[in-house]
Design a binder for this molecule. Structure first.
Ligand code: HEM
Length: 271
Protein backbone atom coordinates (compact mmCIF):
# COMPACT_ATOMS: atom_id res chain seq x y z
CA UNK A 1 0.00 0.00 0.00
CA UNK A 2 2.78 2.38 1.01
CA UNK A 3 4.44 1.56 -2.28
CA UNK A 4 1.36 2.65 -4.24
CA UNK A 5 1.06 5.84 -2.20
CA UNK A 6 4.70 6.63 -2.83
CA UNK A 7 4.20 5.96 -6.52
CA UNK A 8 1.11 8.15 -6.56
CA UNK A 9 2.97 10.98 -4.81
CA UNK A 10 5.82 10.69 -7.26
CA UNK A 11 3.46 10.64 -10.20
CA UNK A 12 1.50 13.60 -8.89
CA UNK A 13 4.70 15.57 -8.44
CA UNK A 14 5.72 14.69 -11.96
CA UNK A 15 2.37 15.58 -13.41
CA UNK A 16 2.47 18.87 -11.58
CA UNK A 17 5.51 19.86 -13.52
CA UNK A 18 8.62 18.10 -12.25
CA UNK A 19 10.87 16.89 -15.07
CA UNK A 20 10.24 13.14 -15.09
CA UNK A 21 10.00 10.99 -18.23
CA UNK A 22 6.25 10.26 -18.76
CA UNK A 23 7.15 6.78 -20.02
CA UNK A 24 8.61 5.83 -16.59
CA UNK A 25 5.41 7.06 -14.98
CA UNK A 26 3.28 4.60 -16.90
CA UNK A 27 5.51 1.76 -15.82
CA UNK A 28 5.04 2.51 -12.11
CA UNK A 29 2.89 -0.13 -10.42
CA UNK A 30 -0.65 1.02 -9.71
CA UNK A 31 -0.19 4.49 -11.13
CA UNK A 32 -2.45 3.86 -14.10
CA UNK A 33 -5.33 3.20 -11.67
CA UNK A 34 -4.79 6.52 -9.89
CA UNK A 35 -4.20 8.65 -13.00
CA UNK A 36 -5.86 6.63 -15.78
CA UNK A 37 -6.30 9.59 -18.13
CA UNK A 38 -2.73 10.81 -17.96
CA UNK A 39 -1.34 7.30 -18.23
CA UNK A 40 -3.50 6.26 -21.15
CA UNK A 41 -2.19 9.02 -23.40
CA UNK A 42 1.52 8.37 -22.91
CA UNK A 43 1.95 5.10 -24.90
CA UNK A 44 1.06 6.92 -28.13
CA UNK A 45 4.00 9.28 -27.74
CA UNK A 46 5.01 11.34 -30.77
CA UNK A 47 8.72 11.64 -31.53
CA UNK A 48 10.51 13.93 -33.94
CA UNK A 49 13.36 12.53 -36.04
CA UNK A 50 15.81 14.58 -33.98
CA UNK A 51 14.46 13.08 -30.77
CA UNK A 52 14.57 9.53 -32.13
CA UNK A 53 18.14 10.01 -33.34
CA UNK A 54 19.34 10.30 -29.72
CA UNK A 55 18.00 6.82 -28.87
CA UNK A 56 21.02 4.92 -30.21
CA UNK A 57 21.74 3.07 -26.97
CA UNK A 58 25.25 4.50 -26.67
CA UNK A 59 26.85 6.70 -24.04
CA UNK A 60 24.55 9.53 -22.93
CA UNK A 61 21.61 8.14 -24.87
CA UNK A 62 18.21 8.01 -23.12
CA UNK A 63 17.45 4.53 -24.51
CA UNK A 64 17.46 2.32 -27.59
CA UNK A 65 14.64 2.80 -30.09
CA UNK A 66 14.03 2.12 -33.76
CA UNK A 67 11.10 2.72 -36.10
CA UNK A 68 9.43 0.66 -38.81
CA UNK A 69 6.77 2.25 -41.02
CA UNK A 70 6.76 5.17 -38.58
CA UNK A 71 6.04 3.04 -35.49
CA UNK A 72 8.64 3.45 -32.78
CA UNK A 73 9.72 0.47 -30.68
CA UNK A 74 11.84 0.19 -27.56
CA UNK A 75 14.45 -2.41 -28.56
CA UNK A 76 16.59 -2.16 -25.46
CA UNK A 77 16.23 -5.88 -24.73
CA UNK A 78 17.79 -6.49 -28.16
CA UNK A 79 20.81 -4.32 -27.32
CA UNK A 80 23.22 -7.03 -28.50
CA UNK A 81 21.76 -6.59 -32.03
CA UNK A 82 20.97 -2.88 -32.11
CA UNK A 83 23.31 -1.33 -29.57
CA UNK A 84 26.71 0.19 -30.48
CA UNK A 85 28.87 -2.53 -32.03
CA UNK A 86 25.86 -4.82 -32.67
CA UNK A 87 25.39 -6.38 -36.12
CA UNK A 88 22.22 -4.35 -36.69
CA UNK A 89 23.16 -1.13 -34.88
CA UNK A 90 22.45 0.77 -38.12
CA UNK A 91 18.71 0.19 -37.56
CA UNK A 92 18.78 2.01 -34.20
CA UNK A 93 17.51 5.57 -33.69
CA UNK A 94 15.87 5.87 -37.12
CA UNK A 95 13.26 4.54 -39.49
CA UNK A 96 15.10 2.46 -42.09
CA UNK A 97 12.03 0.54 -43.30
CA UNK A 98 13.35 0.11 -46.82
CA UNK A 99 16.54 -1.68 -45.75
CA UNK A 100 14.61 -4.46 -43.96
CA UNK A 101 13.63 -5.68 -47.41
CA UNK A 102 16.44 -4.62 -49.70
CA UNK A 103 19.30 -5.56 -47.36
CA UNK A 104 21.00 -2.33 -48.50
CA UNK A 105 22.58 -1.22 -45.23
CA UNK A 106 24.49 1.75 -46.69
CA UNK A 107 23.49 5.26 -45.57
CA UNK A 108 21.66 5.67 -48.91
CA UNK A 109 19.73 2.45 -48.32
CA UNK A 110 18.82 3.01 -44.67
CA UNK A 111 15.79 5.15 -45.47
CA UNK A 112 12.10 5.19 -44.66
CA UNK A 113 10.92 5.66 -48.27
CA UNK A 114 9.27 2.44 -49.47
CA UNK A 115 7.62 3.73 -52.65
CA UNK A 116 9.65 1.51 -54.99
CA UNK A 117 8.94 -1.74 -53.13
CA UNK A 118 6.72 -4.42 -54.68
CA UNK A 119 3.62 -5.86 -52.92
CA UNK A 120 5.61 -9.00 -52.01
CA UNK A 121 8.45 -6.90 -50.58
CA UNK A 122 5.95 -4.80 -48.62
CA UNK A 123 4.47 -7.99 -47.21
CA UNK A 124 7.96 -8.91 -46.09
CA UNK A 125 8.30 -5.52 -44.41
CA UNK A 126 4.94 -6.06 -42.75
CA UNK A 127 6.27 -9.33 -41.33
CA UNK A 128 9.09 -7.34 -39.74
CA UNK A 129 6.53 -4.93 -38.26
CA UNK A 130 4.64 -7.90 -36.77
CA UNK A 131 7.95 -9.24 -35.45
CA UNK A 132 8.60 -5.98 -33.58
CA UNK A 133 5.05 -5.89 -32.22
CA UNK A 134 5.47 -9.42 -30.93
CA UNK A 135 8.91 -8.99 -29.41
CA UNK A 136 9.25 -5.37 -28.34
CA UNK A 137 7.15 -2.62 -26.72
CA UNK A 138 5.63 0.13 -28.84
CA UNK A 139 6.77 3.60 -27.80
CA UNK A 140 4.76 5.73 -30.21
CA UNK A 141 4.92 7.27 -33.66
CA UNK A 142 7.61 9.06 -35.58
CA UNK A 143 6.56 12.44 -36.95
CA UNK A 144 7.41 13.03 -40.59
CA UNK A 145 7.08 10.51 -43.39
CA UNK A 146 4.34 8.16 -42.14
CA UNK A 147 2.65 10.27 -39.42
CA UNK A 148 1.98 14.00 -39.32
CA UNK A 149 2.74 16.13 -36.29
CA UNK A 150 -0.63 15.20 -34.76
CA UNK A 151 0.01 11.49 -35.15
CA UNK A 152 -2.37 11.01 -38.05
CA UNK A 153 -1.34 8.70 -40.91
CA UNK A 154 0.08 10.48 -43.95
CA UNK A 155 -0.62 9.66 -47.61
CA UNK A 156 2.70 7.78 -47.64
CA UNK A 157 1.44 5.42 -44.92
CA UNK A 158 -1.93 4.96 -46.62
CA UNK A 159 -0.14 4.07 -49.84
CA UNK A 160 2.22 1.68 -48.07
CA UNK A 161 -0.72 -0.08 -46.38
CA UNK A 162 -2.55 -0.35 -49.71
CA UNK A 163 0.50 -2.06 -51.27
CA UNK A 164 0.72 -4.42 -48.27
CA UNK A 165 -2.94 -5.24 -48.85
CA UNK A 166 -2.18 -6.16 -52.46
CA UNK A 167 0.69 -8.33 -51.16
CA UNK A 168 -1.70 -10.16 -48.81
CA UNK A 169 -4.14 -10.80 -51.67
CA UNK A 170 -1.35 -12.05 -53.97
CA UNK A 171 -0.21 -14.41 -51.23
CA UNK A 172 -3.75 -15.77 -50.80
CA UNK A 173 -4.02 -16.16 -54.57
CA UNK A 174 -0.67 -17.96 -54.68
CA UNK A 175 -1.87 -20.26 -51.88
CA UNK A 176 -4.96 -21.22 -53.93
CA UNK A 177 -2.83 -21.74 -57.05
CA UNK A 178 -0.46 -23.93 -55.05
CA UNK A 179 -3.32 -26.22 -54.03
CA UNK A 180 -4.09 -26.91 -57.69
CA UNK A 181 -0.47 -26.77 -58.87
CA UNK A 182 1.88 -27.51 -55.94
CA UNK A 183 5.50 -26.41 -56.52
CA UNK A 184 8.03 -29.11 -57.52
CA UNK A 185 10.93 -30.21 -55.36
CA UNK A 186 14.22 -29.13 -56.87
CA UNK A 187 17.95 -29.61 -56.38
CA UNK A 188 21.10 -28.40 -58.05
CA UNK A 189 24.10 -30.70 -57.97
CA UNK A 190 27.44 -30.45 -59.85
CA UNK A 191 25.99 -28.43 -62.69
CA UNK A 192 22.79 -30.49 -63.05
CA UNK A 193 19.31 -29.45 -61.94
CA UNK A 194 16.60 -31.92 -61.10
CA UNK A 195 12.94 -31.28 -60.40
CA UNK A 196 10.55 -33.88 -59.07
CA UNK A 197 7.15 -34.33 -57.50
CA UNK A 198 6.12 -36.04 -54.28
CA UNK A 199 3.00 -36.19 -52.12
CA UNK A 200 4.13 -33.16 -50.15
CA UNK A 201 6.21 -31.12 -52.61
CA UNK A 202 5.85 -27.37 -52.10
CA UNK A 203 4.57 -28.10 -48.57
CA UNK A 204 1.16 -29.10 -50.02
CA UNK A 205 0.01 -32.42 -48.52
CA UNK A 206 -2.09 -34.45 -50.97
CA UNK A 207 -2.95 -38.00 -52.03
CA UNK A 208 -1.41 -37.69 -55.51
CA UNK A 209 2.16 -37.14 -56.74
CA UNK A 210 1.77 -35.57 -60.18
CA UNK A 211 4.26 -34.83 -62.96
CA UNK A 212 6.49 -31.73 -63.37
CA UNK A 213 5.35 -29.08 -65.82
CA UNK A 214 6.18 -25.41 -66.48
CA UNK A 215 3.37 -23.12 -65.35
CA UNK A 216 3.05 -19.76 -67.12
CA UNK A 217 0.68 -17.34 -65.40
CA UNK A 218 -0.28 -13.78 -66.32
CA UNK A 219 1.25 -11.30 -63.86
CA UNK A 220 4.33 -13.44 -63.13
CA UNK A 221 7.68 -13.30 -64.92
CA UNK A 222 8.58 -16.50 -66.78
CA UNK A 223 7.38 -19.83 -65.46
CA UNK A 224 7.65 -21.98 -62.35
CA UNK A 225 7.86 -25.74 -61.96
CA UNK A 226 4.63 -27.25 -60.65
CA UNK A 227 3.31 -30.76 -60.09
CA UNK A 228 0.25 -31.58 -62.14
CA UNK A 229 -2.43 -34.13 -61.32
CA UNK A 230 -2.64 -36.74 -64.12
CA UNK A 231 -5.94 -38.48 -63.34
CA UNK A 232 -9.52 -37.52 -62.55
CA UNK A 233 -11.51 -34.51 -63.79
CA UNK A 234 -9.89 -31.09 -64.43
CA UNK A 235 -9.83 -28.79 -61.37
CA UNK A 236 -11.91 -26.20 -63.25
CA UNK A 237 -14.77 -28.70 -63.55
CA UNK A 238 -14.43 -31.21 -60.70
CA UNK A 239 -18.07 -32.43 -60.83
CA UNK A 240 -18.09 -33.38 -64.53
CA UNK A 241 -18.45 -37.06 -65.40
CA UNK A 242 -17.52 -36.53 -69.03
CA UNK A 243 -13.75 -36.10 -68.94
CA UNK A 244 -10.63 -37.77 -70.34
CA UNK A 245 -9.29 -38.74 -66.92
CA UNK A 246 -6.25 -36.46 -67.54
CA UNK A 247 -6.50 -34.43 -64.35
CA UNK A 248 -5.10 -30.95 -65.11
CA UNK A 249 -2.71 -32.06 -67.89
CA UNK A 250 -4.70 -30.21 -70.56
CA UNK A 251 -4.56 -26.86 -68.72
CA UNK A 252 -3.45 -24.26 -71.35
CA UNK A 253 -1.08 -22.48 -68.90
CA UNK A 254 1.17 -25.57 -68.74
CA UNK A 255 4.09 -26.62 -70.91
CA UNK A 256 6.08 -29.85 -70.87
CA UNK A 257 9.81 -29.86 -70.16
CA UNK A 258 11.79 -30.63 -73.33
CA UNK A 259 13.75 -33.91 -73.29
CA UNK A 260 11.82 -35.28 -70.31
CA UNK A 261 9.37 -38.14 -70.33
CA UNK A 262 6.01 -36.39 -69.78
CA UNK A 263 4.75 -39.32 -67.68
CA UNK A 264 7.70 -39.43 -65.25
CA UNK A 265 7.39 -37.73 -61.87
CA UNK A 266 10.91 -36.29 -62.23
CA UNK A 267 12.98 -34.47 -64.83
CA UNK A 268 16.67 -33.63 -65.28
CA UNK A 269 16.84 -30.10 -66.63
CA UNK A 270 19.05 -29.45 -69.59
CA UNK A 271 17.71 -25.99 -70.37
C1 HEM B 1 17.78 -8.28 -45.58
C2 HEM B 1 18.62 -9.01 -44.85
C3 HEM B 1 18.56 -9.08 -43.33
C4 HEM B 1 17.93 -8.28 -42.43
C5 HEM B 1 17.08 -7.05 -42.70
C6 HEM B 1 18.19 -8.82 -41.11
C7 HEM B 1 17.74 -8.27 -39.93
C8 HEM B 1 17.93 -8.82 -38.69
C9 HEM B 1 17.48 -8.23 -37.46
C10 HEM B 1 16.72 -6.92 -37.36
C11 HEM B 1 17.85 -9.04 -36.46
C12 HEM B 1 17.58 -8.82 -34.98
C13 HEM B 1 16.25 -9.43 -34.61
C14 HEM B 1 15.88 -9.22 -33.16
O1 HEM B 1 15.49 -8.10 -32.79
O2 HEM B 1 15.92 -10.21 -32.42
C15 HEM B 1 18.52 -10.16 -37.03
C16 HEM B 1 19.07 -11.23 -36.33
C17 HEM B 1 19.82 -12.22 -36.89
N1 HEM B 1 20.20 -12.31 -38.21
FE1 HEM B 1 19.64 -11.11 -39.71
N2 HEM B 1 18.98 -9.92 -41.25
C18 HEM B 1 19.24 -10.12 -42.58
C19 HEM B 1 19.99 -11.10 -43.14
C20 HEM B 1 20.63 -12.09 -42.42
C21 HEM B 1 21.46 -13.12 -43.02
C22 HEM B 1 21.75 -13.27 -44.51
C23 HEM B 1 21.88 -13.90 -42.00
C24 HEM B 1 22.76 -15.11 -42.00
C25 HEM B 1 23.60 -15.42 -42.96
C26 HEM B 1 21.34 -13.37 -40.76
C27 HEM B 1 21.53 -13.89 -39.51
C28 HEM B 1 20.97 -13.43 -38.37
C29 HEM B 1 21.10 -14.09 -37.07
C30 HEM B 1 21.87 -15.38 -36.81
C31 HEM B 1 20.38 -13.34 -36.15
C32 HEM B 1 20.16 -13.65 -34.70
C33 HEM B 1 21.37 -13.31 -33.91
C34 HEM B 1 21.19 -13.67 -32.45
O3 HEM B 1 20.06 -13.97 -32.00
O4 HEM B 1 22.17 -13.60 -31.77
N3 HEM B 1 20.60 -12.26 -41.08
N4 HEM B 1 18.56 -10.01 -38.40
Amino acid sequence: MLGYLAAAALGLAALLGMRTDPWTLVQMPGLSYIFPKQCSVTPGRLLSKGELSSYHGGHGSPGLYLAVLGQVFDVHKGIKHYGPGGSYSFFAARDASRAYVTGDFTEGGLVEDVTELSPTQMLHLHNWLSFYHKNYAVVGKLIGHFYDDEGNPTKALEKALAVIDIGVKLKEQRFEENKQFPPCNSEFNSGTSRVWCSKNSGGIQRDWVGVPRKLYLAGYDGYRCVCVRTTGPPSENPETIEHDDHGDLDNPSLKEYKDCNPLFDWCLLKE
